[in-house]
Design a protein around this ligand. Structure first.
Ligand code: ZN
Length: 257
C-alpha cells in the first residue's frame, strides 16, 4: 500500500465519502514518517500543516468537491459530542463530531484507538467518534447515536483501523469496567470480547466486538468494518503501542452535493 488515502469498503449514500489516511505520501520524517496529521505529538507544526493540506487536496480530488474544509477536535478520551454548523478553527474539546452540513470533513485522529464513522441512510447526517477503551466504556458511541434525528435502525456505522485483539493486552481493571456496566443480555458477549492473555492477570481485548455491542445496544444494526490491527499493519498506519513516539492517521467522513 502506498496511497495517501484509502476508501473504506462501506456502502454509503451518494455524495457521502469516507476515508482513512495512511502513513504514506507526507512530509514528516523520523518517527513521524510520513503523513502525520496530529499537531499534538511533537512533530514540526509547519510540516503537519503541509500534510493536512495534502490530505485536503486528495480528498477534494477523490470526492469531486472543490471547497472542502477539515474539522478537527481535541480528543480527551471522553464522551462529548460537538455539533458542527461551520468549521471551528480552535478544535473543540470532544471525542465525537456530528454535522448535517455539506463540505465539512469530520476527522478523528488515532494511533490504536478505534475510529468509528456514522451516516444516516438518507445521507443527511454524519458523525465521527474516537473510541479508545475508556471512551467506549463510558458511552461515547451511545452519545453519538442520541445526536441523530433519524432512528438508530437508519444509522450505518463503520469501524476503522485499530489495535486488534491480537495485540491489545489490558489489565483486569479494563475488563471489570466493561463487565460492571453490562446488563445480563450483553454479559456473555462482553465476556467473549476478552480472552486470557499470555501473562497472568492480563486479557486480550477486542475493541471491535465491544463497539459492536454498544452500537447494537443503542439500536444500530448496520455495522461494517472488519478488524485491521494497527500494530500488525504498522507500516501503513501509526501505532502508539508499537512505537510510543509516533504520528496519527485520520479516519473521516464528508457530505458533498
Ligand atoms: Zn495485531
Amino acid at each position: 500500500m502506498a496511497e495517501l488515502l484509502v476508501r473504506p469498503a462501506w456502502s454509503l449514500p451518494p455524495d457521502v465519502h469516507a476515508f482513512v489516511s495512511t502513513r504514506h505520501g507526507g512530509n514528516s520524517s523520523g518517527d513521524y514518517h510520513s503523513l502525520n496529521l496530529g499537531q499534538h505529538v511533537g512533530d514540526d507544526a509547519a510540516v503537519v500543516a503541509s500534510n493536512r493540506a495534502a490530505l485536503l487536496q486528495v480528498l477534494q480530488q477523490q470526492s469531486g468537491a472543490a471547497a472542502l474544509e477539515l474539522q478537527w477536535m481535541q480528543q480527551v478520551h471522553g464522551t462529548s459530542v460537538t455539533g458542527i454548523d461551520k468549521v471551528v478553527d480552535a478544535p473543540p474539546v470532544a471525542d465525537a463530531l456530528y454535522t448535517t452540513r455539506n463540505h465539512i470533513a469530520l476527522n478523528v485522529l488515532t494511533a490504536d484507538c478505534l475510529p468509528v464513522l456514522f451516516c444516516s441512510s438518507n445521507g443527511k447526517e454524519i458523525a465521527v467518534a474516537h473510541a479508545g477503551w475508556r471512551g467506549l466504556c463510558n458511552g461515547v458511541l451511545e452519545a453519538v447515536v442520541l445526536q441523530f434525528r433519524c432512528a438508530p435502525a437508519d444509522i450505518r456505522c463503520w469501524l476503522g483501523p485499530a489495535i486488534g485483539p491480537c495485540h491489545f493486552e489490558v489489565g483486569s481493571d479494563v475488563r471489570d469496567a466493561f463487565l460492571m456496566l453490562s446488563r445480563e443480555t450483553w454479559m456473555a458477549a462482553t465476556k467473549a470480547a476478552f480472552t486470557p492473555g499470555p501473562r497472568p492477570g492480563k486479557w486480550m481485548a477486542d475493541l471491535y466486538a465491544l463497539a459492536r455491542i454498544r452500537l447494537q445496544k443503542s439500536g444500530v444494526t448496520d455495522i461494517a468494518g472488519t478488524p485491521q490491527c494497527t500494530v500488525c499493519l504498522a507500516d501503513d498506519y501509526y501505532s502508539y503501542r508499537q512505537q510510543q513516539v509516533t504520528g496519527r492517521f485520520v479516519t473521516g467522513i464528508v457530505k458533498v452535493s
